[in-house]
Ligand binder design. Structure first.
Ligand code: SF4
Ligand code: SF4
Length: 530
């Protein structure tokens, strides 16, 4: 299948011949290859600032709705508390993540992996159905660029005023405006980077935001905290303030592989060429047919509002982030001219070709690829929630030392083996767990078998497990049953290890009466041969 829309590059002279002044302006500035670079001819296109024109309309409102929703969520969460601790706390020091009522320990890495796979697959699904929705409405680059452009408009004025200001020589008024704009950009960047670091900062009984403020006030911040506040703030200031569309065009890999996910039934921002051409100016209210033209009046407003500076009338290009700003702009022009809206619209390649109705477009979203993605996504969601729901609250990992240091002779002629237990309590409550061991006649844990585990904590406990060597003889009678131990013995003999010890399989049990969980861990007990 051929998609001229993906990499619709305007050949030299093409835009001049077909697409009017606006088209020429846009394509000249942003060809990634530099082939349309007016200066020329170098390997890299010279960057020119895009002065985006303000636009009003349905899709602009949607975009701002997402700006508010995402930013409210992002900025408010670090000030929320849950069960006496930050509602969301990514505690890297203790390696515990607290997300409202859920606690994740390092052993939950499988769920993190599942979440990442779900995010990637959801992106594939949404892109297949509706193109670059993520880019146009919720990507942080789009969201912060929108906020930065709003600040720019408030301080420096509308598009025409900003162009005048850029051309004007530096004077007091220009300097003051620039200082105010950059100060506000830096303030937003620092607020966002403070918030990011707050998610990783926390303490019991206080929110992340308050804790980070307290640490800053008391000069208690670590180098890592200061570093990340500075680095993330700087990146945001650079990306949203200066680089803007260049991040999407040259740095973001998503733009490059989106074509793999598109098909002729994917919703994309489309210019209805059959209706719009031939384009050209005419007086307001003039019926295009009477002047032998299409509905496009070649005003160039759709290019002026485009954050990536492209002309959608050249076909869909990879630079298009699907934000819909050109749709709002063109609809406004169509209203003014008294023409039907939708010369630029969200539509599919098949929809434009076959003039599908809305119902037909919706029906065609249920195609095999979409159904397969949806089913896999559903299965992953089920696996994630079932997995999280069935997690044990208490976890145990046992480490044992080398046999020469592991088996210790006591004064009474008994043998102790030492084990290191990594215990995790992912519950929000304190739990007392009971340890026990079996596998050898008379084997027991030295000291108290109860261990208290603080809420949402990991603890390392060293235990001594004692055996009377007399029982070893009795155990040896059962040696023929100890296949694992025999196998290991043979392996060690093969490796030339000193073999003064005999190994016996044992099981360490952990019982949690409150959660009703019973864990067991298989290990080996070493006894000297004599
Ligand atoms: S805004 Fe509409 S009418 Fe104006 S140039 Fe763009 S497509 Fe043509
Ligand atoms: S062409 Fe239209 S939808 Fe695409 S990025 Fe530009 S304004 Fe947004």
């Amino acid at each position: 299948m051929k998609y001229p829309i993906y990499f619709a590059q305007v050949e030299e002279g093409d835009s001049t011949a077909q697409h009017g002044a606006a088209g020429r302006k846009a394509t000249a500035n942003h060809s990634p290859t530099g082939s349309n670079n007016p200066e020329g001819q170098g390997l890299f296109a010279a960057h020119k600032t895009i002065h985006v024109r303000e636009v009003k309309g349905k899709f602009n409102n949607f975009r701002w709705l997402f700006v508010w929703l995402t930013q409210l969520l992002y900025f408010v969460t670090p000030w929320l508390m849950w069960n006496g601790r930050p509602a969301v706390w990514l505690d890297l020091q203790k390696r515990f993540f607290y997300i409202f009522g859920w606690t994740f320990s390092p052993t939950d890495v499988i769920y993190m992996t599942l979440v990442l796979i779900i995010c990637a697959l959801a992106l594939f699904l949404f892109t297949t159905v509706a193109g670059r929705l993520w880019c146009g409405y919720t990507c942080p680059q789009t969201v912060y660029t929108e906020i930065f452009m709003w600040i720019e408009r408030k301080v420096e004025g509308n598009r025409a005023a900003r162009i005048r200001l850029e051309k004007a020589p530096m004077g007091v008024s220009k300097l003051v405006k620039k200082i105010i704009k950059h100060a506000l950009w830096i303030a937003v960047s620092l607020a966002a980077s403070f918030t990011l670091v707050a998610y990783f900062t926390g303490a019991e009984g206080t929110s992340n935001g308050v804790q980070l403020l307290r640490e800053i006030a008391n000069h208690e911040t670590s180098f890592a905290q200061v570093f990340w506040i500075g680095l993330y703030g700087f990146i945001m200031y650079l990306f949203a303030g200066f680089m803007r569309e260049q991040v999407c065009l040259y740095m973001c890999p998503y733009a490059r592989f989106q074509s793999v996910m598109f098909d002729p039934d994917t919703l994309i921002v489309t210019y209805d060429e059959a209706r719009g051409e031939s384009r050209g100016p005419r007086k307001k209210g003039v019926d295009p047919k009477t002047v032998g033209k299409g509905d496009c009046i070649d005003c160039g407003v759709c290019v002026d509002v485009c954050p990536t500076g492209i002309d959608i009338r050249n076909g869909l290009q990879y630079e298009c982030i699907g934000c819909g700003a050109c749709i709002d702009a063109c609809n406004e022009i169509m209203d003014k001219m008294g023409y039907e809206r939708g010369l630029i619209r969200y539509d599919t390649e098949n929809g434009v070709k076959n003039k599908y109705t809305k119902q037909q477009l919706i029906k065609r979203t249920l195609r095999p690829r979409v159904l397969v993605y949806s089913l896999i996504l559903l299965a992953l969601f089920v696996a994630l929630f079932v997995g999280i729901g069935q997690r044990t609250k208490i976890r145990m990992v046992v480490e044992r030392g080398d046999k020469r240091t592991l088996a210790v002779h006591t004064e009474d002629g008994l043998i102790d083996n030492v084990y290191k237990l990594q215990l995790s309590n992912t519950d929000e409550k304190l739990h007392t767990v009971i340890l026990s061991v079996d596998g050898i006649e008379g084997i027991k844990i030295v000291g108290k078998p109860e261990v208290e585990l603080d809420p949402a904590s990991t603890d390392t406990k060293i235990i001594r497990v004692r055996v009377d060597p007399a029982v070893a003889k009795a155990a040896e009678k059962n040696e023929h049953d100890n296949h694992d131990a025999q196998k290991k013995d043979k392996e060690r003999e093969k490796d030339g290890e000193q073999d003064d010890y005999k190994s016996y399989p044992i099981v360490i049990h952990l019982k949690s009466p409150e959660t009703n969980e019973n864990l067991e861990y298989k290990s080996i007990y070493y006894l000297p041969k004599d």
